[in-house]
Design a protein around this ligand. Structure first.
Ligand code: CMP
Length: 481
């Protein structure tokens, strides 16, 4: 059976006390005999030195008993303080208490045994004694006072994670004694840093009751969308154990690297001392989340793109989806399959990040857009504040007003999430109008409706509302139909 350490200590303490008391009792009982024996051996009568030897031994025994007594007092006093008030006194304070109490008891015993020695005079007049003591205790006293200043300053406490000095020893503070700071590293080694060294070195402190942050790095291929990557990684991190829910983790692009897009995750820990495990768990969670979301880590690669003249690889790769998207747009419903496919070939795909502006009010414009993936918001500025006019989803189109009338853009259009749009230019639309003159009419109705939406709350409603007939004729004029 393994006994707890405190029980072992108590048994050891009781045994040592019993032995010391027994030794003292025996010595005191036989001190006359011992003095006589010593005098006899030393051959002088009466011998003051035999008497002194006996007194020194007595002082030694009293010293041991005084030390044990002070230790017991220490445990009782500070143990009681912890039991009653939950005050856990620092080791340094306990040590100072032990040293002071022991010194007092020892000096009392000394003056009692050696009344003829004037201790005050001994300490004040003995310059050599002072120098010797000073030199011998130089380091010890340096550590002692640095320890006191650390306790007074309290830059860190037991349980905090600290990194000390140029060698960057990192670990959890276990004890601050009169000599050193004891830290337990994350490989379960104990490192002792002398207080006087610690006082000179920079110390990085991660307090236990503080939300400390960490950075974890990862990367993805350039083809993986940042908005999707950030969303997937953030959700994965948020659900990891020991990640604080008080501050949402941040995932952001750190660098556009050689092999891929480099990201960093900044997250806050509940228990900072477990940061190695948490970092590892986060990397693991991101791996699985990426697997499910079809995202890819970038490893050192060189990708060779061979461009074939006259072919747009991106468009070819997903051309079917573009044709499908355009044929689902209501204004293009009357177009034949060939016309839709011609329009799809002419369409250029663009991706916008959440919050990016696709169209800015007042800019000139000669193309229209179809929302292929995502969502956009149409906004106008009213009295200096943005007013949302409409939200357009996949299959909706925008930007037709400037394209068909030649006027500047009437509103701002912003991507609400990662959004892919298909841009169709003037030339392609003209070809469509040439073969489908009816299209102009249906477009003019939609545009008239949209203009009304734009103007309904605007101050200059009168100037911006147009009838569909007016719009129709201006489109025809602009396209020369
Ligand atoms: P354009 O003026 O070229 O640029 C801004 C675009 O916002 C505009 O074309 C329309 O496509 C779109 N828009 C303006 N008002 C509305 C509205 N009321 N509803 C939907 N879309 C609109």
């Amino acid at each position: 059976m393994v006994r707890p350490r405190s029980t072992n200590k108590l048994i050891l303490f009781l045994a040592a006390s019993a032995a010391a008391l027994l030794a003292a009792y025996l010595f005191w009982s036989f001190d006359a005999e011992v003095t006589a024996l010593l005098q006899h051996r030393m051959g002088a009568s009466p011998s003051p030195s035999a008497d002194t030897i006996v007194k020194v031994v007595k002082l030694f025994l009293i010293g041991i008993i005084a030390y044990l007594f002070v230790r017991a007092l220490n445990a009782l006093f500070f143990g009681l303080a912890y039991q009653l008030k939950r005050i856990d006194a620092p080791t340094l304070i306990r040590n100072i208490f032990t040293i002071v109490a022991f010194t007092i008891l020892f000096l009392i015993a000394f003056t009692f045994l050696f009344p003829e020695v004037n201790l005050g005079a001994l300490f004040t007049t003995s310059a050599i004694f002072g120098v010797i003591l000073g030199l011998a205790l130089q380091d010890t006293l340096g550590n002692f006072f640095a320890g006191i200043s650390l306790q007074a300053d309290r830059p860190f406490q037991v349980g905090d994670v600290i990194t000390v000095g140029a060698q960057r020893h990192t670990g959890v503070v276990e004890e601050i004694s009169w000599r050193a700071i004891k830290i337990r590293t994350f490989t379960n080694h104990v490192v002792l840093i002398a207080n006087s060294n610690a006082a000179k070195e920079p110390i990085e402190v991660c307090p236990r009751d503080n939300l400390n942050a960490r950075l974890v790095l990862f990367n993805t291929l350039y083809t993986d969308s940042p908005a999707k990557t950030i969303h997937v990684a953030r959700e994965a991190v948020r659900e990891t154990d020991n990640v604080s829910d008080k501050i949402a983790p941040i995932v952001r692009i750190r660098n556009l690297g050689d092999n891929g897009v480099d990201y960093e995750v900044k997250y806050w820990l509940v228990d900072y001392a477990k940061y190695n495990d948490t970092d590892a768990l986060i990397r693991q969670r991101i791996w699985y989340a990426f697997r499910r979301a079809g995202l890819n880590f970038a490893f050192p690669t060189r990708t060779l793109y061979v461009e074939r003249p006259g072919r747009n690889a991106q468009r070819d790769g997903d051309g079917g989806a573009v044709v499908e998207r355009l044929s689902a747009v209501d204004i293009f419903a009357p177009l034949s399959a060939d016309e839709t496919s011609m329009l799809a070939q002419a369409a250029v795909r663009h991706v916008f990040a959440p919050g990016e502006t696709v169209i800015r009010a007042g800019d000139p414009g000669s193309s229209m857009f179809v929302v292929h993936k995502g969502k956009v918001r149409v906004q106008v500025s009213e009295n200096g504040r943005p007013r949302t006019v409409a939200t357009l989803n996949e299959g909706d189109f925008f930007g037709e007003m400037a394209l068909f009338t030649g006027e500047p853009r009437t509103a701002n259009v912003l991507a609400l999430e990662e959004t892919e749009v298909l841009e169709i230019g003037h030339a392609a639309m003209k070809r469509v109008f040439d073969t489908n003159p009816d299209l102009v009419e249906s477009l003019s109705f939609i545009m008239a409706e949209r203009r009304q939406g734009l103007a309904s709350q605007s101050e200059d409603a009168a100037t911006s509302t147009h009838s569909s007939a007016g719009i129709l004729s201006s489109i025809k004029r602009f396209f020369g139909i």
